[in-house]
Design a protein around this ligand. Structure first.
Ligand code: ATP
Ligand code: MG
Length: 573
């Protein structure tokens, strides 16, 4: 795995916050963070950002980061999602650690705490701090009111603890329908913070849970469950996105109750009070990031699946050929702030290009082939080219070269324009790693398209320059017809045509789908590429960065995905 670096840009407010707690001895000797995805979809680049923050901070302070599946909402959760989330986090270069709640260190299922959460809820009821309420959803909203004006108490607010306990147990026993009753924390109906106005902490849902089946028909709400999960795991620093900032007083309220119940973890004599802080979510141009919308694109067949190389999912980016290092670099450069903003997809692509330029092996591939014949050439020679000129250790390779070659259509012009230094009638060009050839004629097909370019070669120029010292400006890539391999090349572009596909609302985003986001071409590639490993990345010289498709590639029918183009005008600030 590549080195996970610690850069200056990671010196952000969260880091300072943790530093202070460590210095004040509030962590009991171990900084503990968690990444809490809900297993209801695949993780995307936004989650990758949170992963880098959560795991990155733990690593920086020599602590532990738990992977906790926040599986408290039974609908839409599955083991397939859970397994893929694990895969993706490992691929990004991170490993969870800590005790864990089962066989696997550092791994937790929030649903394993349902018994405890239930017991805590009963404790609250007994202490007069929670009550059962049977207002309808609409009534409940109406009673809750608006921030500027105090809300009204529910008629059930002063029910006795004994009666509340009875109702709550009946809720659990399945005696009521969804929505008939709920459990609310008794806090403050006049609070200017709407989340403090007796929030719902348990609701009835007659839905099977993907692990626990029908054991429960009541499920805890996020605001109640999350602080409990953090506290019971001994998490010290709970980082999440900005929309949870207004929920923080409620988070603290729950932690206070756990403290009163003596349920906080004590580590090395220090009582661990988990704390929540918030940072701005990552938004990216030319894509959408909500799991709901990604799922919609998958189920409607707008893309070929969660791992379609155009998707902003981690598995999609992996299949596209992005590297974990480039994704981490991107998250690092975007930084951690409290200001909502939109990051440029071009920056992510720049990070990918920077890394692949250093590491990817160079290969030749002709994506839009036209045949070139060297009329005075016989037999086969071996051309030699470095595998990566930026990395001497990568060595060089021999490529068969013979009389008939494929070149890219764009490298020949019948009437060369100004500043075009490649092939044209009576013009010379260098075939990379081989020799100089001169165009002596060309043919066209019935449609007027060039179908064949005729050349002669300068034998003395083999492997270098013209023996008489004449200058030949252009160098083009080629693939030998006799030994080259036919390949399918998938040219990916942005999934949407506008920077913000949600500009007209989340029900309108599909109209901005880019109809040209995938073009498939039939190409010729140099012979060694038939032996590529699925997932292996290359620079196709003068063309771009590509990787062997992890699913569809085979030696008999190679498939390559374009990761990013070779160049872009984008430069990071
Ligand atoms: P989505 O809104 O895309 O469906 P979610 O927030 O519901 O995502 P969770 O599985 O609940 O997804 O998220 C797990 C963690 O990832 C949370 O801590 C959440 O704050 C964080 N996260 C989700 N999206 C982003 C984002 N775009 N940028 C940064 N962090 C994110
Ligand atoms: Mg969520």
């Amino acid at each position: 795995m590549d080195e996970i670096k610690e850069s200056d840009t990671s010196r952000h407010f969260l880091r300072q916050w943790i530093e202070e707690d460590v210095a004040a001895g509030r962590t009991g000797g171990t900084v503990v963070t968690r990444f809490p995805p809900e297993p209801n979809g695949y993780i995307h680049i936004g989650h990758a950002k949170a992963v880098c923050v959560d795991f990155g901070m733990a690593r920086l302070f020599g602590g532990e980061c738990h992977l906790r599946l926040d599986d408290t909402n039974p609908t839409k959760e599955s083991d397939e999602y859970a397994e893929n989330i694990k895969n993706d986090i490992r691929w990004l270069g991170w490993q969870w650690s800590g005790a864990g709640d089962g066989k696997e260190p550092g791994f937790y299922n929030a649903s394993n705490m349902f018994d405890t959460m239930y017991a805590i809820a009963e404790n609250l009821i007994k202490a007069g701090q929670a009550y059962c309420c049977n207002l309808t959803q609409d009534e409940w909203k109406e009673y809750r009111g608006v921030p500027e004006k105090p809300g009204r108490p529910s008629p059930s607010r002063d029910t006795t603890p004994e009666r509340n306990l009875e109702i709550f147990r009946d809720m659990r026993a399945g005696k009521y329908a969804d929505g008939e009753w709920c459990l609310r924390a008794k806090i403050d109906m006049a609070s200017p913070n709407i989340h403090f106005r007796d929030p719902v902490i348990y609701r009835i849902r007659h839905v099977s849970h993907y692990h626990l089946g029908d054991k429960w028909c009541i499920y805890p709400m996020y605001d109640f469950a999350h602080p409990i999960e953090d506290a019971l795991e001994g998490v010290t620093h709970s980082m999440c996105t900005l929309e949870f900032e207004v929920h923080r007083p409620l988070y603290d309220w729950v932690v206070d109750r756990l403290d009163e119940m003596g349920m906080l973890v004590v580590r090395n004599g220090v009582k661990i009070r988990p704390q929540q802080r918030e940072f701005a979510r990552l938004n990216l141009t030319y894509t959408v990031m909500s799991k709901r919308l990604l799922l919609q694109m998958v189920t409607e067949g707008r893309v070929a699946g969660w791992d379609d190389p155009r998707m902003p999912t981690v598995c999609g980016m992996r299949r596209r050929g992005f590297t974990p290092g480039a994704i981490r670099e991107f998250c690092d450069r975007v930084g951690v702030t409290k200001v909502e903003s939109e990051s440029d997809t071009a920056l992510l692509e720049w990070c990918v290009r920077e890394e692949l330029n250093k590491t990817a092996l160079r290969r030749m591939a002709v994506l839009d082939p036209v045949k070139l014949v060297i009329e005075n050439f016989e037999g086969t020679r071996m051309a030699s080219k470095p595998n990566n000129p930026l990395d001497e250790a990568s060595g060089s390779r021999e490529i068969p070269f013979s009389r008939e070659l494929w070149i890219d259509r764009a490298d020949f012009q019948e009437n060369p324009e100004k500043k075009f230094f490649r092939l044209g009638p009576d013009r010379e060009v260098r075939l990379a790693g081989a020799c100089i050839v001169k165009c002596v004629g060309y043919e066209k097909d019935a449609d007027g398209k060039v179908s064949l370019v005729r050349c002669t070669w300068d034998e003395g120029s083999w492997g270098g320059n013209a023996p008489d010292g004449r200058k030949v400006k252009g160098t083009i890539h080629w693939v030998d017809c006799a030994t080259g391999v036919k390949a399918e090349v998938r040219l990916y572009d942005r999934l949407f045509t506008v920077p913000n596909p949600m500009q007209d609302g989340s029900d309108q985003f599909l109209k901005y789908l880019n109809p040209e986001s995938l073009k498939t071409v039939s190409a010729y590639v140099e012979p060694s590429l038939a032996a590529a490993e699925p997932g292996e990345r290359f620079q196709f010289e003068r063309t771009g960065y590509f990787c062997a498709d992890a699913k569809d590639f085979s030696a008999a029918a190679p498939v390559f995905n374009r990761t990013v183009t070779l160049k872009d005008s984008y430069k990071p600030a």
